[in-house]
Ligand binder design. Structure first.
Ligand code: F6R
Length: 605
């Protein structure tokens, strides 16, 4: 995710753009930039760091009626001054900002370089500037249209040219973009908060819409140039709430961003029904790996637990998943063909970094899975796979977890493919199932009101239990962590089969037990554990797949999940637990986005 803001009109563009970007920093904040048109020249300032660093670099604000700006969250190329947007062409005629991922950028870049275009950044975006330059023949609109026809992937784009000092050309596909309609001035932005207070009249652009914005006119067409009739959306939002996209807290917003985050993390990784990580150029290591150590902390560790089950099942490689803070005190029996996978949203967690360094000291190859481009683990690992969750602002991790799961599955499928360790027909069935994960998450999000009602009912409990077997146990761990962390309710997760070995003594009259039942083959076992807790007075909330509903009749409440492939179930089954934890915290008056005693990433010992 990145934030885009553009202005054309009777006022001065720079302060309007900077103010708009400040409302969009939730979308990204590793670098920022602005381009304005002054006396037939484009003036571009861009800087690694927060928006404030770019504003300092800008110094006195330039006077200009036209400009575009960007606040970045890196996806291609580390955060740096060069990789910051706006990007420009060789002649300094065109400047553009982009949010999304250009999947075919590598081929485009190669061709453009052969044609003599010089590139100055590592980004996917820069190819678009050079494509517009290539097709420019006196009309910015036509050049952008032609450039767009070459692109695969997702984009929200805003382009300006020194030759057209009052025009912004913008277009959208799979990344958000709106047009703010003013009087003698108009705006484009990634999200409504950027223009709130300036205008309440907005066009919300749909995919494949293309817009020409001047101070007096906004013309929306499809990508082929056919006029599109838009209706004006009248915004009546509270400006503070709007930064959270209308959600009360970032956590709830991020829970709802999961379908998009899942989609983006898979984007470009599945071709012709197969997972593709060949760009990592790590196949030799993947082929020869004899054992994998997955090391992480907290929620990322829980994603690693799922990763272990998926890799062992599909790729038939032994996997150990360990907590990073414990791993460093182990006397690990390293073998030369071991591989370490570290998972870290922030990429800066001290214990995870220490485990990574320990592996490297022992000559072990390390693959990092992280959400932050250029973070410490990304820099120090041999290879990196990025989760494209966008910035996670709430302390409690939600969308980072689901995207970490997606990477674990993609990796397991890829390893199985290249090692020929699993039935290829079943494998391609699973790849197909992966493509439905985003819509399945969307489906579960619709259960929000029901889950909220449950949280209201149980808001005053002292203690809760989460039960599951196999994949469901890993998710139970995550559900319990979330509840403890933000609602301050005591929560324990148990492998359901372990109950009778002691913990059953804790179950008492009226204690809520959240039981995960997504594994078709384990449903009978799960039900016999549920009977044990019910016999001791527990109230059981089943999070179960709709096809297992009949089997779960004895549970007191049911939250239904779609018919997901059991192996992939965690991406879906965690969602009700996240929503439950969120509403428990809300009803108990906790500070949801900033729980007590906790920070976003633990970078110091
Ligand atoms: C829980 C949570 C933490 C993090 C953990 C690791 O909601 O956010 O448990 O998962 O601190 O952080 P990263 O992934 O940044 O290494």
């Amino acid at each position: 995710m990145c934030g885009i803001m553009g202005y054309t009109g009777k006022g001065n563009a720079a302060p309007v753009i900077i103010d708009g970007l400040s409302k969009l920093e939730y979308r990204g904040y590793d670098s920022a930039g602005i381009a304005v048109c002054q006396e037939g020249k484009l003036e571009i300032t861009k800087k690694k760091g927060r928006l404030a660093d770019m504003v300092t670099a800008l110094g006195e604000l330039p006077e200009s009626p036209l400009g575009i700006g960007h606040t970045r969250w890196a996806t291609h190329g580390i955060p740096s001054d060069n990789n910051a947007h706006p990007h420009y062409d060789c002649q300094g005629r065109i400047a553009l900002v982009h949010n999304g991922i250009i999947e075919n950028y590598a081929n485009l870049r190669k061709d453009l370089m052969l044609e003599g275009h010089d590139f100055v950044s590592e980004t996917d975006t820069e190819v678009v500037a050079h494509l517009v330059e290539k097709y420019y023949n006196g009309s910015l609109e036509q050049a952008v249209r032609k450039a767009l026809s070459c692109l695969q992937g997702s984009f929200a784009l805003a382009v300006i040219s020194r030759d057209e000092p009052h025009t912004i050309i913008a277009a959208k596909k799979d990344s958000p973009l709106i047009v703010g309609l003013g009087e003698g001035e108009n705006y484009i932005a990634s999200d409504i908060p950027a223009i709130l207070g300036r205008t309440a009249r907005v066009y919300i652009l749909e995919d494949d819409e293309f817009v020409v914005v001047t101070p007096e006119q906004v013309t929306v067409t499809d990508l082929s140039g056919n006029l599109v009739e838009k209706s004006v959306f009248d915004v009546d939002w509270d400006p503070i709430a709007a930064e959270k996209g209308g959600y009360e807290h970032f956590m709830l917003k991020e829970i709802h961003e999961q379908p998009e985050a899942v989609r983006k993390t898979m984007s470009g990784r599945i071709h012709d029904g197969r997972v593709d990580f060949s760009d990592l150029q790590f196949d030799e290591v993947f082929q020869n790996t004899r054992k994998i150590f997955i090391v992480a902390c907290g929620t990322a560790y829980h994603a690693g637990m799922v990763g272990r089950l998926a890799i062992e099942k599909l790729a038939r490689i032994p996997v150990e998943t360990d907590i990073a803070s414990e791993f460093r005190y182990r006397d690990v029996l390293w073998q030369p063909d071991d591989l370490m996978i570290v998972i870290s949203q922030s990429g800066e967690t001290a214990d995870t970094l220490a485990a990574l360094r320990e592996a490297k000291r022992n000559g072990i190859k390390v693959l990092a899975v992280t959400n932050v481009v250029g973070s410490a683990v990304a820099r120090e690992a041999d290879r990196v796979i990025y989760t494209h969750a966008g910035p996670e602002i709430a302390v409690a991790s939600t969308k980072a977890y689901s995207t970490q799961l997606v990477v674990m599955y993609l990796l397991a499928l890829y390893l199985a493919e290249i090692r020929h360790s699993y039935d290829p027909v079943k494998l391609s069935g699973m790849v197909r199932d992966m493509l439905y994960m985003d819509t399945m998450v969307e489906q579960v999000l619709k259960e929000q009101d029901k889950i909220k009602a449950l949280a209201e009912k149980y808001r005053s409990v002292q203690s809760t239990f989460f039960l599951g077997r196999g994949m469901d146990y890993a998710v139970a761990m995550e559900g319990a962590l979330k509840l403890k962390e933000i609602s301050y309710v005591h929560a324990e997760a148990y492998a359901a089969g372990e109950l009778k070995h002691g913990p059953l003594a804790l179950i008492d009259e009226g204690v809520p037990v959240l039981a995960l039942i997504s594994q078709d083959k384990l449903v009978d076992k799960a039900m016999s554990n549920i009977k044990e807790v019910k016999a001791r007075g527990a109230v059981v909330v089943a999070i179960c797949k709709e096809n297992l509903q009949e089997d779960c009749q004895e549970c007191d409440e049911q939250i239904l999940l779609p018919r997901v492939n059991p192996l992939l179930a965690p991406v879906v089954s965690v969602v009700p637990l996240q929503i439950f934890a969120y509403y428990m915290a809300v009803f108990r008056g906790a500070d949801v986005d900033k729980p007590r005693n906790l920070a976003k990433s633990v970078t110091v010992e």
